[in-house]
Design a protein around this ligand. Structure first.
Ligand SMILES: Nc1ncnc2c1ncn2[C@@H]1O[C@H](COP(=O)(O)OP(=O)(O)O)[C@@H](O)[C@H]1O
Ligand SMILES: [Mg+2]
Length: 467
């Protein structure tokens, strides 16, 4: 804006100055023509003078120059002085006076000490040339003054406009900063999980449809309404699905327990059963067990998804690990179980039962997805403010194509061994969900002969001895 304004001022200034130059020079030229016209007529009526004395016909203004040239010689030359002052010396200017073309056209000349003059030369019928001149000093002064005033006013006006412009633009754009601040606050909300609420809105005064900024604010508000509604609908349908899974799993528990019970009763009943029937009953029983495990896992996952709060107890991870390894040893005595615990017990904040499940799932995997004789090392330690649990085995490892998805639900390798072992594909998904719900993380590295699961949990600030 300031640049455009400067350009506008420049154009106005140049146009003013150019017009003024034309107007003032043409006025001087008119006066000069009039003065020059008086010379020959006026001369007749003047008394004779000495040859070198300038003569001025009546009516000439102060500062008028008059020169009489004859045969390329200056007969006389002089300037009309102020009353009582000595006339200035024109001695050095004869060459200039002689160079003026005698065509009655006014031109500008530099007359040294006298300054700039507008000169006109006219040839008389007798061949004599009369040069008449008027000083340009006043005209020049006026032009300089106008230029100076225009430049000064321009600078002041630009400074003023620049300052006011900044103030006005800042003030008018302030609502936009508020709209931007609202958008920033929304961008910092967690919208990806749980109960979603979008309480942020642009204030009413910044959402006025009559201004551009208000339109942006109003559009943002409409968008937030829309997104808020969509999130609520999504949240509602998600909750519904979760609730359904949880209810279904829960409802399945009872009939499954009944099936297991009846199968067991018939197998153990006193009456002799044909061997095929006994086999079928054993299969019914084991499949019912498998299904119970699956249903329990699904129920747990559905509850974790629903964000059901976990306990925040001080849990001695070392103790929990010792128990879990001892259970694993009982279930898989042909594996080589190793414990690696620090002197000081490691304490974490969390839900003891769920952490127990994490350990059971990891150790169960190390047992069921590896051949007998595999060495499994379970280590617990502290690193900074985190407790670290490591389960390392030297089994065949997780298939490379499964590895990136291993924490996803129902992701499992389908070796016949793991199927027989009652594989559900939910074990590691539960580990992941539990650890995440307790503010921790779980990672896996696997290669044939070396599979490492690393669980990090926030360590308790209390020491075990204080429990
Ligand atoms: N220690 C391990 N060694 C080899 N494979 C493993 C190990 N742990 C997990 N896996 C692979 O990851 C898959 C997913 O494990 P998980 O989620 O616990 O399901 P599940 O054990 O019910 O199959 C398993 O099916 C198995 O193929
Ligand atoms: Mg498992």
């Amino acid at each position: 804006m300031v640049g455009l304004l400067a350009l506008a001022f420049l154009i106005v200034g140049v146009a003013t100055e150019a017009t003024l130059v034309r107007a003032l020079y043409s006025r001087v030229d008119d006066q000069l023509t009039a003065a020059a016209a008086r010379v020959p007529r006026g001369l007749d009526r003047l008394p004779p003078l000495s040859p070198r004395e300038p003569r001025f016909p009546p009516g000439q203004v102060i500062g008028t120059l008059a020169a009489h040239l004859r045969y390329g010689q200056v007969v006389y030359a002089g300037v009309l002085p102020e009353q009582g002052q000595t006339p200035p010396d024109l001695g050095g200017q004869e060459a200039t006076l002689l160079s003026v073309p005698a065509d009655a056209v006014p031109r500008s000349y530099d007359l040294g000490e006298l300054g700039d003059y507008r000169l006109v030369a006219r040839r008389m019928p007798d061949g004599d040339v009369f040069v008449t001149g008027l000083p340009l000093a006043e005209t020049r002064e006026t032009l300089y003054l106008v230029a100076l005033v225009v430049a000064g006013v321009t600078v002041l006006a630009l400074a003023g406009v620049g300052y006011l412009g900044v103030v006005i633009v800042r003030r008018t754009l302030r609502p936009l900063s508020r709209v931007a601040a609202t958008a920033t606050r929304v961008s910092q909300l967690r919208l990806d999980r749980g109960e979603v609420e979008l309480p942020q809105r642009v204030a009413e005064r910044d959402a006025d449809d009559r201004t551009e900024v208000g339109q942006v604010g109003a559009a943002l508000n409409r968008m937030l309404d829309h997104v808020g509604n969509a999130l609520q609908v999504r949240q509602a349908s998600e909750t519904q699905v979760r609730q359904f899974v949880a209810d279904a799993s829960h409802e399945l528990r009872t009939p499954l327990a009944a099936i297991r019970g009846y199968a067991e009763v018939s197998r153990r009943g006193g009456q002799p059963v044909p061997p095929e029937v006994a086999h079928v009953l054993r299969r019914v029983e084991s499949e019912a067990e498998r299904m119970t495990a699956l249903v329990e896992d699904m129920l747990l996952l559905a509850r974790l998804d629903a964000g059901r709060p976990l306990a925040h107890d001080q849990v001695d991870l070392s103790m929990l690990t010792v128990d879990a390894v001892s259970d694993a040893h009982a279930a898989g005595p042909r594996h080589d179980w190793q414990l690696d615990l620090p002197e000081e017990p490691v304490v974490v904040v969390g839900d003891s039962a769920r952490l127990q499940q994490v350990l059971a799932n990891l150790l169960g995997n190390a047992r069921t997805h590896t051949p007998e004789g595999t060495r499994v090392t379970v280590g617990v330690g502290v690193s900074g403010r985190e407790a670290v649990l490591r389960v390392v085995d030297n089994g065949p490892g997780i298939p490379a194509e499964l590895l990136p998805h291993v924490f996803e639900r129902f992701a499992r390798g389908d070796s016949s061994r793991s199927r027989a072992a009652g594989s559900t594909g939910l074990g590691l998904a539960i580990v992941h969900a539990v650890v995440a719900a307790q503010g921790g993380s779980v990672a896996v590295e696997s290669a044939p002969g070396r599979t490492i699961f690393t669980v990090r949990l926030p360590a308790s600030t209390h020491r075990a001895a204080e429990l």
